[in-house]
Design a protein around this ligand. Structure first.
Ligand code: HEM
Length: 461
């Protein structure tokens, strides 16, 4: 018996919030996941054990010390598979970096890591800016016409193009609408599956409607991805981008390359992880600027002073200090990855509470980022929280938009470079106006979307 198992016996289970003894909280979680998680914490405290459905329980931990335990101190005990969310996502992402565990995860992470080194990302800056720049004339026309644009879709097409070009040297713009549309459809399907108590059973039934939709959409995506891999192999060159690194990787013992399925899993994972979250960050960022004109004015002032009319480059990033603070504050209130899922491998103790093997665990950056103990006036949008002086004494694990520990987002530097450059380039030329009376509602799918998308109006500055 391990030390954790022995000490667990003397520990209480986390308190439980109210729940229907049979139906549990599955219905409420489906209707309003964020409101429901907040209610759990309000009723039971920062560690709670909630009845999901019938005899299935879930564990929610939101205190920064809990985050530290799960993500860093004892991270090996908290795996992705066989957490139900990752089982459900398996047909899409397989065992790509996001969902893999153990030695296989470590090997793949080491293989991919060099593609995300600082020097590589600096090189990518030009591609990021070019992708924004080529859209300027269309956005200018849109500004002149005064029409609303589906802003989240604009950002999605741009970030997908950036991910395709920088990581895989492919032009996805032709297919962007198709690949993007497939991702959106799969997102909608998965969000329903994740909160359904029967989906782990129905996913095994091939003719079940949701199973058929998943199979059809994943099949469409696979055709694009395998064609991308084949085209690259056909050139006979590996190249220095991520695709090149994955293609030329050899197992140290056997000398064999990565098999087709693993390669496909990594490419799909990185394409999804590499554009979806950044899309949401940029969408919420411009929504926040539109909501708070004084903050918008400060961003414009900084961008104008720093750039003096020219396009931004990676060298400008250290000088765009306030813009970066606004990005950080946007991710505090609207963290694209609003919940992190883990499976507890062996009995453990988190924050003094017994957490048994096989427990299904949720951490929630969304809830942690709004805890009044760490964030005074948590609902207020205040970028000064992230000034050098103000962020110094904060608990490191009170702010985890990119996760933390060994499984921290591999694309953090990439995402921040892209967001700062693109946000500066757009803010230099345009203002995004929020239509009269529109207040964005959050729609927590796998990631945190604005409900019904976000329509904004480009205005020339
Ligand atoms: C604003 C943008 C982004 C946010 C908020 C974000 C957030 C996160 C978070 C919270 C995790 C940890 C998940 C967990 O612990 O369960 C993660 C992991 C990951 N992210 Fe990101 N991400 C962003 C952009 C990117 C980009 C641009 C890429 C790739 C180009 C990327 C690739 C990945 C991968 C592969 C993992 C899994 C890493 C591992 O487990 O080793 N992400 N991301």
């Amino acid at each position: 018996m391990t030390g954790a198992a022995i000490s667990m016996k003397r520990r209480p289970a986390p308190p439980s919030p109210r729940a229907n003894p049979l139906l549990g909280t599955a219905g409420r979680l489906r209707q309003d996941p964020l409101g429901c998680l907040q209610q759990f914490v309000d009723e039971a405290g920062p560690a709670c054990k909630y009845r999901f459905f019938a005899h299935w329980w879930g564990y929610l931990f939101v205190h920064p010390e809990h985050n530290k335990h799960v993500l860093l101190d004892n991270y090996k005990n908290f795996t992705k598979l066989p957490h139900p969310t990752f089982l459900l996502l398996y047909p899409l992402v397989g065992k790509g970096l996001l969902s893999n565990d153990g030695d296989s995860w470590l090997r793949q992470r080491r293989l991919a890591q060099p593609a995300f080194h600082r020097g590589q990302i600096q090189e990518m800056g030009k591609i990021m800016i070019a992708a924004a720049q080529k859209r300027f004339s269309r956005w200018e026309q849109s500004a002149r016409s005064g029409n609303l644009v589906q802003f989240d879709r604009e950002m999605m097409e741009m970030t997908l193009e950036i991910a395709g070009r920088t990581l895989f040297s492919v032009d996805l713009t032709g297919e962007a609408s198709e690949v993007g549309a497939v991702f959106s459809r799969l997102n909608e399907i998965f969000v329903k599956l994740v909160v359904s108590p029967i989906s782990l059973y129905t996913m095994r039934i091939p003719f079940w409607p949701s199973t058929r939709s998943v199979t059809r959409n994943v099949g469409a995506l696979d055709r694009v991805i395998y064609a991308m891999i084949d085209d690259r192999r056909a050139t006979g060159e590996s190249g220095s981008d991520l695709m090149g690194m994955l293609l030329s990787a050899r197992d140290e013992d056997t000398g064999e390359g990565m098999d087709e399925k693993q390669l496909r899993d990594e490419v799909i994972t990185l394409l999804i992880a590499g554009h979806e979250t950044t899309t949401l960050l940029l969408t919420w960022f411009f929504y926040c600027l539109g909501r708070y004109p004084e903050i918008e004015a400060q961003v414009h002032d900084e961008v104008d002073r720093t750039l003096n009319g020219r396009l931004p480059t990676v060298e400008d990033i250290p000088n765009l200090v306030y813009l970066r603070q606004v990005i950080d504050e946007t991710m505090r209130l609207f963290p694209p990855a609003y919940a992190l899922s883990r499976w507890c491998a062996e009995d453990d103790v988190i924050g003094g509470f017994a957490t048994p093997a096989s427990a299904v665990i949720t951490l929630s950056p969304f809830i942690t980022h709004r805890m009044p103990e760490f964030w005074p006036r948590p609902g207020e949008f205040d970028p000064d929280r992230f000034s050098q002086a103000n962020k110094q004494d904060r608990h490191r694990f009170a702010y985890i938009p990119f996760g933390a520990g060994p499984r921290q987002c591999i694309g953090e530097g990439f995402a921040l470079t892209e967001s700062v450059l693109v946000a500066a380039a757009i803010a230099q030329r345009f203002r995004l106006r929020i239509p009269e009376g529109y207040v964005a509602q959050m729609d927590p799918q796998i990631t945190l979307h604005p409900k019904g998308g976000m329509k904004l109006q480009f205005e020339l500055r």
